[in-house]
Write a protein that binds this ligand. Sequence first.
Ligand SMILES: Cc1cc2nc3c(=O)[nH]c(=O)nc-3n(C[C@H](O)[C@H](O)[C@H](O)COP(=O)(O)OP(=O)(O)OC[C@H]3O[C@@H](n4cnc5c(N)ncnc54)[C@H](O)[C@@H]3O)c2cc1C
Length: 379
Amino acid sequence: MSTEFDVAVIGGGIAGASAAAELSRTHSVVLLEQENELAFHTTSRSAAIYIENEGGPVFHRVSTASRPFFEADHPELDAPLLDPLPVLKVGDDALVEEFRTEAMAAGEVTSSIRVVEGAELIELCPVLRPDVVTIGMLEPTAASIDVMALHQLFIRRAKANGADVRRGARAVAMTRSGGQWTVTTKAGEVTATTVVNAAGAWGDVVATMAGAQPIGLTPMRRTAFTAPIAQDPAAWPFIYSAIEGTHCYFKPEAGQQLLCSLSDETPSDPCDARPEEIDIAQAIDHINTISTLGLRSVRTTWAGLRTFAPDRNPVFGWDDTVDGFLWMVGQGGCGIVTSPAAGQIAGCLIRGEDLPESITEFGLTEAALGPRRATAAPA
Ligand SMILES: Cc1cc2nc3c(=O)[nH]c(=O)nc-3n(C[C@H](O)[C@H](O)[C@H](O)COP(=O)(O)OP(=O)(O)OC[C@H]3O[C@@H](n4cnc5c(N)ncnc54)[C@H](O)[C@@H]3O)c2cc1C
């Protein structure tokens, strides 16, 4: 088994997998995952939505830059990665101006986004209560993502390019000498010129291990669950409520079922996150306030950590003081949808190439995405 590589990627979630797939085209790569299975943490716990206008202008642009990959024909796959599912953000009278302003700005990047009012709201989702929900913002080109197929596609490509994927290989120490990292893991030592920090909620822990200054990442727990319903929701959009006091979302699924959440954000240490009953009870209450669904029971429950940088924008870039240390963290609630572009960004940075035009055309720069930026807002 080889112990010498160009790049050691730490983290076997969607971020590490996308980086390994891209980097292994030009470099020898080892992917190190602490758990005995890949994608064990946040990646396998998402709502699996491809939405472009989510997380603010920076995430919006990185998500949009990922669309060509999602829509491409991938010969390894039996089915497309995306299944069309419009997203309808709903509001009340207090949000009318905010929605109009947001739809105008978001429409500059995703032209299909528009405001919806009156009867059309209820036509789109007949269980919404018209006395509560009075305005909506529709992203008709959103979709459901086959997350596991996406993750497996990245891993399959990495392996086909010769990458070494190691499970049960938690990085526990890192030293740098003579332009090389030595990474000590639970499954032995490897050396690499570059380390990619794709450790999700553990991003600052891994950085500290490498001698880099933490950037102040905050993992935020979010609980999700599935609930049976009497209706067939196949024709409904994904609904999320921005109405004060009723924050929640629900996603139609096969088998007369919804995937639901309170959209909660509770700061947490990095860990194997567990669902909270109170968040489930509140989500049911909020969903029953904005709709006539009358949810009463749940089928399955889970929780995951959405990890944010202090400015809530993604961090893709070289550390400024520690050589050969690339950050790929802070993906918040958009790590799946942004993963194709994130992998491409990591590839460009490590190969010393300019960022892809799909990223720069919207005003995003290497400095703005890096870990020590003043602001990541597009110019
Ligand atoms: C309820 C919920 C809904 C969501 N919905 C969406 C959505 O609809 N669309 C979307 O795009 N995103 C969504 N997200 C967010 C998305 O899931 C995350 O942004 C994404 O999964 C983060 O991927 P990651 O690879 O950075 O992290 P992770 O998947 O957590 O992977 C990091 C990996 O690093 C490993 N690791 C840590 N430390 C070490 C170490 N020392 N050595 C080796 N390995 C280590 C961990 O074990 C872990 O497997 C949602 C998240 C939640 C919780």
